[in-house]
Ligand binder design. Structure first.
Ligand code: AMP
Ligand code: MG
Length: 500
């Protein structure tokens, strides 16, 4: 039963599911079945995600697939459960949260020779759980499509993230600001444990459970840390490092998460819980993508320090296991150097620079200052920067046209050219390298919105088309150039806010 069929691929019926999280004591979760939704249909599915668990993509066209991932028919061997966690929301202790609308089905072996470990399958929007508080346990089609597309887009950008296997929809209405139809997203990740999963036990002074969870996470996800003198401070160091590097990757691509609460921070350093996220368009380092974030706590320029704040919250939670405050402090100290080094490497690559010189800081700062003053589109700027030719400033027009103050651009470009010449940069080679790190295609809000509006009218073709474009964000794809365009005027009216 545990061997894949079909030349190395599993059918749904043969997927060798287990549920390691279910082996944790009952306090960690509640076992329950998803609540079925009426007459589900397939909205979107990702073959790339299916391959992560060796699932035959042909299965995605079957009724079995729709029934299993809408929560209507139990998947063989699944042991569904909702996990408990807590967290700080907008900097304030919120107490018990937990999977209010997510149900973990189990874990399957990671596919592909090189990938060790297992991958968990989780339904989101699959009905109420004991942790739903006032919520209905559902997710709307709009937010499920956004999470689906962005998970897969981030993976294609090379940014650590949970993945999305599919979205199923139903005509069942759920009440938000207006009535909307319900959907269920299936997410994949080696683990959905969050910083808030640890805070939950720590704040309730339940040290036995705190240790059980830490040991579970170390043994399963960080086995190499077991040999460390203090595996718990080593865990804090490693999670802090990964978080710092993740946020550097967000900054470098202009991604804003929107709700960096500690319950939305992955213990694996993955981007998790896509809600009111956004990609920077007209550059404004104070940009707030989440309409509910009135204080701008999660604005673009705040993300690095909020990431650090969240790591401190994790450190606080792990303190009873680590023992000494000084050891926890020492573990957290990695944040700033890890963030700075990663961002520096990424920015140099974005500028096509091979060497790193102390004076590059000034060039980069001046660049962001110019982008800020001229409201330059983040993605277009870096992509077009790759077309710059060292000895042909007259060919700068498409890039230069992004700026209101062209003279200021020319002055900066002259400095940039000097710097490139200094290291003997070659146009064609640099362009090739820069196009490999500066995406042409990102999930702009208006692109998601177009796909959502069609999907709300039962036309799912645009979701599929957008997925295909975003799966190759660095490729030119001349036939899809329209997906790389500036947002239309109506896009400035788009508002995305918390849980929907
Ligand atoms: P979020 O801000 O989306 O990360 O959600 C915070 C918490 O609220 C999570 O624990 C969710 O499980 C829960 N939640 C969000 N929306 C709902 C809903 N419609 N029904 C039940 N729980 C929800
Ligand atoms: Mg969340």
């Amino acid at each position: 039963m545990n061997t894949p069929l079909l030349g190395g691929l599993y059918r749904l019926a043969t997927l060798p599911l287990e549920n390691s999280f279910a082996s944790l004591p009952p306090a960690f979760h509640t076992r329950l079945q998803p609540t079925p939704i009426p007459a589900p249909y397939l909205v979107a599915a990702s073959s790339a995600a299916a391959r992560l668990i060796g699932l035959d993509p042909a299965e995605m066209a079957t009724e079995h697939f729709i029934q299993a991932f809408s929560g209507n028919r139990p998947l063989a061997r699944s042991e569904p459960l909702a996990a408990v966690y807590s967290g700080h929301q907008f900097g304030v202790w919120a107490g018990q949260l937990g999977d209010g609308r997510a149900i973990l089905l189990g874990d399957a072996p990671a596919a592909g020779g090189a990938a060790p470990g297992r991958v968990e399958l989780q339904l989101k929007g699959s009905g109420k759980t004991p942790y739903s508080r006032m919520g209905d346990g559902r997710a709307v089609l709009r937010s499920s499509i956004r999470e689906f597309l962005c998970s897969e887009a981030m993976a294609a950008l090379g940014i650590p993230t949970t993945r999305a296997l599919c979205v199923t929809g139903s005509d069942m209405l759920v009440m938000r600001e207006t009535p909307e139809t319900a959907a269920v997203a299936t997410r994949l990740s080696p683990s959905f444990v969050r910083f808030g999963s640890f805070e939950h036990w720590s704040y309730n002074d339940r040290q036995t459970e705190l240790k059980t969870l830490a040991d579970y996470v170390i043994d399963r996800l960080y086995p190499e840390l077991r040999a460390e003198p203090n595996p718990y401070s080593a865990l804090l160091t490693e999670v802090t490092r990964r978080t710092a590097e993740l946020i550097a990757q967000w900054q470098a691509v202009g991604f804003m998460h929107g709700v960096m609460n500690t319950d939305n921070m992955s213990i694996l350093g993955l981007t998790i819980d896509y809600g009111p996220f956004g990609f920077m368009e007209a550059f404004d380092f104070r940009h707030i993508c989440n309409h509910s974030d009135t204080q701008g706590r999660y604005a673009y320029h705040m993300q690095p320090r909020i990431g650090q704040w969240n790591c401190f919250a994790l450190g606080q939670a792990l303190l009873p296991l680590i023992g000494e405050v000084d050891d926890a402090q020492a573990a957290l100290e990695i944040y700033k150097p890890a963030y700075d080094a990663k961002l520096d490497r990424l920015l140099h690559a974005k500028l096509g620079l091979h060497s790193m010189l102390p004076e590059d800081g000034g060039l980069i700062e001046a660049m962001f200052e110019l982008m800020q003053q001229n409201h330059v589109d983040f993605t277009l700027f870096f992509r077009r920067l790759g077309d710059l030719q060292l000895d042909r400033p007259e060919a700068d027009a498409p890039l230069r046209d992004l700026f209101i103050d062209r003279r200021a651009f020319d002055a900066w470009a002259a400095q940039y050219r000097l710097r490139l010449k200094q290291e003997g940069s070659i146009d064609a080679q640099r362009r090739f390298e820069m196009n490999g790190v500066n995406p042409k295609y990102v999930l702009r809000n208006y692109l998601a919105q177009n796909a959502i509006e069609k999907a709300q009218n039962k036309d799912f073709s645009e979701v599929a088309a957008l997925l295909k474009v975003l799966e190759k964000p660095f490729d030119e794809q001349p036939e899809n150039a329209r997906y790389a365009q500036l947002p239309p005027d109506w896009a400035s009216e788009l508002e995305v806010s918390c849980s929907s």
